[in-house]
Write a protein that binds this ligand. Structure first.
Ligand SMILES: C[S@@+](CC[C@H](N)C(=O)[O-])C[C@H]1O[C@@H](n2cnc3c(N)ncnc32)[C@H](O)[C@@H]1O
Length: 334
């Protein structure tokens, strides 16, 4: 999924730095991805470490990570389930009624057919779960598959803060439910859906990877429709874009971010801390350095980077610009 702040393209940079600092053999270590988003960082460490702890404030991200990180054994009858869901009869449900142009709203986040398919598939997954016909791992595998597949046919330029007036080409295609494949792995991992500063007091490990938002744009607002599909609860969508209530993160607030960040570093019980942040973030590099230096040995690595940029006017597959990504590294002294 194209995601604001995704580290997909920076994985080699992050892994090289982690292994240079911590050592190449990570097999007995616990790696925590505290602001996991799409889960791509944790996914790359999953087979290298003993345990991944993955967390994000947003429920859609929890669903993705509960699948990509939490799931580690094969899904029973995976292809039969996907086949049945792909052949399901469309249903005029919550998504169709509130986020497609065919019914009472002008909103056009999905074509009418795709909206109805999303509804039908979402309802069926919940029915299977309630009847005990699928286990928890399968439930999250199917939900993650639905989120990824729906995102591919969303009629947006980038994020879900706005929809396009005309249905664009990729959104005209009928949605196909594709499997959200995850790495099979012998180890158990842990996935949470909490505020970072709350969770940090309950966990410990070796490597803490931090990738908080770096500007004021709240993920809960930008990806509200993914939460709505994932939660599939009943609420009154607000305004032109059909926004739902969302949790605001301290990391998106100029006033609160430094205090939250320092609290996180202070409370964390991990020896190695790696923070990704870019040069346009709410916290300037020197301020981050000032905080981290207080708690141990600090170093900085940086890399020029072509970043995915959310934009309302262009096609979301083709928007990149240049920025500098920093990796702030702390070996914490206890
Ligand atoms: C820059 S993105 C992470 C991207 C991720 N590394 C990836 O490659 O997909 C920041 C993430 O932090 C999450 N987030 C924001 N505030 C948070 C908080 N207080 N606690 C936990 N997660 C938070 C957002 O939901 C978002 O997914």
């Amino acid at each position: 999924m194209n995601y604001i702040g995704s580290k997909n393209k920076l994985i080699p940079f992050i892994m090289d730095n982690v292994q240079e600092v911590v050592g190449s053999n990570l097999s007995r270590l616990t790696f925590c991805d505290l602001f996991a988003g799409t889960g791509i960082v944790g996914r790359n460490f999953k087979t290298l470490v003993q345990k991944v702890i993955s967390n994000d404030l947003e429920y859609y991200s929890y669903v993705l990570n509960r699948n990509y990180i939490g799931n580690h054994l094969p899904i029973p009858q995976e292809s039969d389930l996907l086949k049945e869901l792909n052949n399901i009869l469309p249903l005029e449900g919550f998504i169709y009624k509130n986020y497609c142009s065919g019914d009472k709203t002008d909103r056009q986040y999905f074509s009418d057919l795709n909206g109805k398919k999303i509804d039908a598939i979402r309802v069926q997954i919940e029915t299977w779960k309630n009847k005990g016909q699928i286990d928890e791992s399968t439930y999250f595998f199917l939900l993650a598959s639905l989120l990824e597949s729906a995102d591919k046919v969303a009629n947006t330029a980038s994020v879900y803060g706005a929809y396009l007036k005309k249905i664009k080409k990729s959104a005209q295609k009928e949605m196909v439910l594709l499997p959200a494949n995850f790495q099979l792995n012998g180890n158990e991992h842990q996935v949470f859906n909490e505020d970072s500063n709350n969770l940090i007091t309950h966990i410990e490990g070796d490597i803490l990877y931090l990738d908080p938002p770096y500007n004021a744009r709240q993920y809960g607002a930008n990806y509200h429709l993914l939460n709505t599909i994932a939660l599939y609860d009943d609420f009154t969508p607000k305004g032109k874009t059909g926004l739902r209530e969302y949790t605001k993160s301290d990391y998106c607030s100029k006033v609160k971010v430094v205090e939250a960040f320092e609290e996180l570093i202070e409370k964390s019980r991990f020896r190695y801390i790696f923070l990704s942040y870019n040069n346009e973030g709410l916290m300037p590099q020197k301020q981050i350095e000032g905080v981290m230096q207080k708690y141990g040995h600090y170093e900085l690595a940086s890399k020029g980077y072509q970043r995915f940029k959310a934009d309302k006017t262009e096609n979301r597959n083709h928007k990149f610009d240049s920025t500098t990504e920093y990796l702030h590294i702390l070996e914490k002294k206890f």
